[in-house]
Design a protein around this ligand. Structure first.
Ligand SMILES: NC(=O)c1ccc[n+]([C@@H]2O[C@H](COP(=O)([O-])OP(=O)(O)OC[C@H]3O[C@@H](n4cnc5c(N)ncnc54)[C@H](O)[C@@H]3O)[C@@H](O)[C@H]2O)c1
Ligand SMILES: [Zn+2]
Length: 327
């Protein structure tokens, strides 16, 4: 496949900054590769060659890549949990090239067709939206529930859109950055709170019959937010941790025990999530276009991509890089 549009995300930035990273420093068990690797795991593109026995794709098809690399043989994979594969990795983070490569060779199971009414640009947004879709799908959320979302970055905004599509009636977002608060409102949050100025727990209880929200999605990954999430959730409510933490955090078990609250982790997506997101975009139940805050060329990726996401994070949601398959 020839990559077309590539989204830059926090995992790429960690690698760029040399911080804690998902990329392997010893050979990855499935790809055998180590850093340096080619970036890009959020991307669309065009099929340029098909291998023997491939029936569902032909040259010229517009596709989006589901980047999980899995062994298919471990217990988790056999149960369909490829996202939890004991050897898993990602195209663009663990090897096999990435969105910023000129060509990428992947199994057909990694590819999904884009319908005629979904552009290649929007195709590059399917991956972060699928993270949110999966999180909401495996959480106990049901239509009509009240929810709290911590963090209005690309993932938090994707959770808002997914919850809107699935009938959430009270979406409360906690976010510190002024521009990201505006984005949260634009994508459908009913209440946008500032944790530096407001008591999040009191507000959630006040807005939800004195009890608090049914489900909280942690898309921030900071201790202060986690503390607020735990106490903003009602009895038997659930805190869904989507964040990838940069350091250890503290949970007070008794805060869960005495209200029978649950805290669960969610990781990426499984089969079905990509197709669900593509269908939702095609039908118009999710309209994510405004998540794209900037489109840049490949030779601008350092200054206008990585550096912009670090220095101008508040004003950016998704920066897309245009690569060879887009023209
Ligand atoms: N589980 C998965 O499969 C998966 C997949 C992709 C990303 N992630 C993780 O999800 C998280 C969100 O991703 P992102 O790209 O949106 O990150 P991001 O850093 O762009 O967004 C996080 C947001 O949280 C806000 N924030 C910081 N402190 C806060 C606080 N105390 N209360 C409320 N908001 C606060 C920040 O202002 C920021 O806008 C990251 O930790 C990322 O690594 C997880
Ligand atoms: Zn496996």
């Amino acid at each position: 496949m020839k990559p077309a549009w590539v989204g830059i995300c926090g995992s790429d930035l960690h690698e760029y900054l040399g911080g804690p990273s998902l990329c392997p420093t010893t050979p990855h068990p499935l790809t055998g590769e180590t850093v340096p690797l080619t970036f890009g795991h959020e991307f669309s593109g065009v099929v340029e060659e098909v291998g023997e026995g491939v029936n569902d794709f032909k040259v010229g098809d517009r596709v989006v890549l589901q980047p999980i690399i899995y062994d298919g043989t471990c217990g988790a994979c056999k149960e369909g949990l490829i996202n939890c594969c004991y050897s898993n990795g990602f195209v663009g983070l663990s090897g096999w090239g990435g969105g910023l490569s000129e060509h990428v060779v992947v199994p057909e199971s990694c590819l999904y067709h884009l319908p005629d009414n979904v552009s290649l640009e929007i195709g590059a947004l399917v991956e972060p939206l699928a993270v949110a879709w999966h999180a909401v799908k495996i959480s106990p959320f049901k239509a009509g529930d009240a929810v709290l979302i911590l963090g209005g970055g690309p993932i938090g905004l994707s959770v808002i859109q997914t919850l809107k599509a699935k009938g959430a009636e009270k979406i409360i977002v906690s976010e510190v950055s002024p521009r990201r608060k505006e984005f949260a409102e634009q994508f459908g949050a009913h209440y946008v709170l500032d944790p530096t100025k407001e008591d999040i727990v009191a507000r959630c209880r006040g807005l939800c019959e004195g009890q608090g929200v049914h489900v909280a999605y942690d898309c921030a990954g900071v201790q202060a937010g986690l503390n607020q999430a735990v106490h903003s959730v009602r009895a038997r409510g659930t805190i869904v941790n989507i964040a990838i933490w940069e350091k250890e955090c503290t949970i007070v078990p008794n805060d869960l025990v005495f209200k029978e609250r649950k805290w669960m982790g969610v990781a990426t997506y499984v089969k079905g999530d990509f197709q669900d997101v593509i269908d939702a975009i095609s039908k118009g139940t999710i309209v994510p276009d405004d998540m794209i805050t900037k489109k840049i060329e490949l030779d601008e990726v350092v200054l206008e991509g990585f550096e912009a996401l670090i220095k101008d994070k508040d004003n950016q949601v998704k920066i897309l890089v245009k690569v060879s398959g887009a023209s």
